[in-house]
Design a protein around this ligand. Structure first.
Ligand SMILES: NC(=O)C1=CN([C@@H]2O[C@H](COP(=O)(O)OP(=O)(O)OC[C@H]3O[C@@H](n4cnc5c(N)ncnc54)[C@H](O)[C@@H]3O)[C@@H](O)[C@H]2O)C=CC1
Ligand SMILES: O=C(O)C1=N[C@H](C(=O)O)C[C@H](O)C1
Length: 267
């Protein structure tokens, strides 16, 4: 009997998608069975120049793909609108999504969780797959209990579509569990240029930097009387995310609900 985990990857030409294709080829019991790409519908991955020499079909339409190709897991690394449609369609087809795509709304997450539970299958939506980033979020959540004054600075490459990053939003949500809502800075402070104080999440500020040369970085900065604490994580390449992708594929096979964030998996 073949016990391989049969995997479809959406976004195989992207920065993350390329790494994920490599990962799936490297792991013994993972098997790439198809990819979903905006371009090259009907071709084989191995026929497209610059892509890995793997003889699997390319589909542009996820429903057609999952209707034709038996699969266990969808890894989605695309863009927010597409990622949501792909996740929903995968769940409807009984295929377990592992989603790295960021920018989902709260309403979308709630809807997808209900769908996963209705279908009784696993789904992981992970704003960040890097183990160090998960620890950075957890350490920040711990620190917020003692340091309620905090600002989040996230720094990314300038091809990123969403701001703030999914990681920054998830960090703020985790911190908010340990920090009563409070406005920071001077009560009468005014922005003389709009946006100067960053985005406001329950009174904590999130600042987004976009520059060529960066990959994915975040600094959570706490301040108190006479001291400060900075918790920082840096991803220098996309390979840094792949151990988390592997862990998610392994884990999603044994879940029957949606898990949002690897902080719920790494104890
Ligand atoms: N969870 C995590 O650890 C990480 C998440 N990300 C997120 O992953 C996503 C992808 O990031 P990158 O690879 O850097 O972006 P990218 O822009 O390099 O790749 C996105 C790919 O999605 C494809 N795509 C868009 N619409 C599609 C559709 N309808 N069907 C098939 N493919 C489609 C594009 O053609 C492109 O190849 C982003 O949302 C990003 O925020 C990125 C890095 C780490
Ligand atoms: O777009 C990226 O690159 C990244 N996106 C994720 C996010 O929005 O947090 C994860 C990581 O920061 C890289």
């Amino acid at each position: 009997m073949n016990n391989n985990v049969r995997i479809v990857i959406a976004g195989p030409r992207g920065r993350m998608g390329k790494e994920a294709v490599k990962l799936v080829q490297e792991v013994e019991n993972f098997e790439l069975v198809a990819v979903i790409d905006r371009k090259n519908n009907g071709m084989m991955l191995s026929d497209v120049e610059g892509l890995p020499n793997v003889a699997v079909p390319i589909y542009s339409d996820i429903a057609e793909c999952l209707g034709n190709v038996p699969a266990d897991v969808l890894i989605d690394l695309t863009i927010p609108e597409t990622g949501y449609v792909h996740t929903k369609t995968a769940l409807q087809h009984g295929v377990r999504p592992v989603v790295g795509t960021t920018g989902f709304t709260k309403e979308q997450l709630t809807e997808l969780k209900s769908l996963a539970e209705e279908k009784e299958i696993g789904c992981i939506i992970a704003p960040n797959f890097a183990i160090g980033a998960i620890l950075m979020m957890k350490f920040s959540q711990m620190a917020a209990k003692y340091f309620p004054n905090v600002e989040i600075l996230e720094l990314h490459h300038d091809n990123k579509l969403d701001a703030p990053s999914g990681t920054a939003i998830k960090t703020a949500e985790m911190i908010a569990e340990n920090r009563p809502e409070q406005k920071q800075g001077h009560p009468d402070e005014k922005e003389t240029i709009q946006g100067a104080r960053g985005a406001d999440f329950e009174g904590m500020r999130i600042h987004s930097v976009r520059l060529p040369g960066l990959v994915a970085h975040q600094q959570v900065q706490f301040g108190a009387e006479g001291e400060s604490l900075t918790i920082r994580h840096d991803s220098y390449n996309r390979a840094s995310f792949m151990s988390g992708v592997k862990m998610s594929v392994d884990t999603v096979m044994n879940l029957n609900t949606l898990v949002y964030g690897l902080d719920n998996i790494i104890n």
